[in-house]
Write a protein that binds this ligand. Structure first.
Ligand SMILES: C[S@@+](CC[C@H](N)C(=O)[O-])C[C@H]1O[C@@H](n2cnc3c(N)ncnc32)[C@H](O)[C@@H]1O
Length: 208
């Protein structure tokens, strides 16, 4: 086991099968990154800490009662593919949907799902053009400012659902800006990977 995967195992207590899936995903990302720009070359050598841990920390924040999870703008699969990998071990009944409008990235996501033996599905569509997903949990990393994310949530989150958005150092400005047109309940968790970042957990969002 590499140092990075051993650290992941210590943090998230996952099975050998899950670690093997993550190792396969790492190999796929390295292979595909030669042809399409999935992750920046500078973070390729830090896939476990910058992407796998960053994504996995979101998984534990979702209520265990949720049956469906949608990750919007998944890109190379963060956090969506990691959620799908963890769900395979820890919540096998969770249905995971990855939304990604870029067809080359969507092709990567479909390949990864097939090669890793996951049950997640990919919607290669634009978030604002697809029919409502009615999901219980929604996530999005590095997709849009919070006011826009809340607009996406209004389209796809079921009543009573939970939105999880990792945000960087300027998260308080984004929350203040969102409060101008939305009311919502907010909990925050410090990020395990970004000393200035947080994960926003939002419920009950309504336009004001
Ligand atoms: C900056 S990347 C972030 C990718 C990934 N979430 C991450 O954190 O590594 C944003 C991704 O969202 C996708 N995207 C942007 N707008 C979208 C839309 N309206 N509908 C679907 N996907 C979209 C882009 O193609 C891109 O892959």
């Amino acid at each position: 086991m590499s140092g990075a995967s051993a650290q992941f195992q210590a943090k998230f207590d996952v099975s050998r099968e899950t670690l093997e899936r993550l190792q396969k995903l790492e190999a796929l990302l390295v292979k595909w990154n030669k042809a399409i720009n999935l992750v920046s070359a500078t973070t390729l050598s830090e896939i476990w800490s910058r992407h796998f841990v960053d994504s996995a920390q979101i998984f534990a924040l979702a209520p265990e009662t949720g049956r469906s999870w949608a990750d919007l703008g998944s890109g190379a699969g963060f956090p969506g593919l990691i959620i799908a990998i963890l769900a395979e071990e820890k919540r096998p009944n969770l249905s995971v949907t990855l939304v990604e409008s870029d067809h080359r990235k969507a092709a990567f996501l479909m390949t990864a799902i097939r090669e890793l033996g996951l049950s997640a599905r990919v919607e290669a569509e634009r978030i604002e053009e697809m029919s409502g997903l009615d999901c219980d949990v929604l996530s999005a990393r590095a997709l849009a400012p919070l006011p826009k994310l809340l607009g996406f949530s209004a389209l796809h989150l079921a009543k009573g659902g939970v939105a999880l958005f990792p945000k960087g150092a300027r998260w308080e400005e984004e929350v203040a800006s969102a409060r101008e047109s939305w009311s919502f309940d907010l909990e925050t968790w410090s990020s395990q990977t970004d000393p200035n970042g947080v994960i926003l957990k939002i419920t009950g969002a309504k336009r004001v």
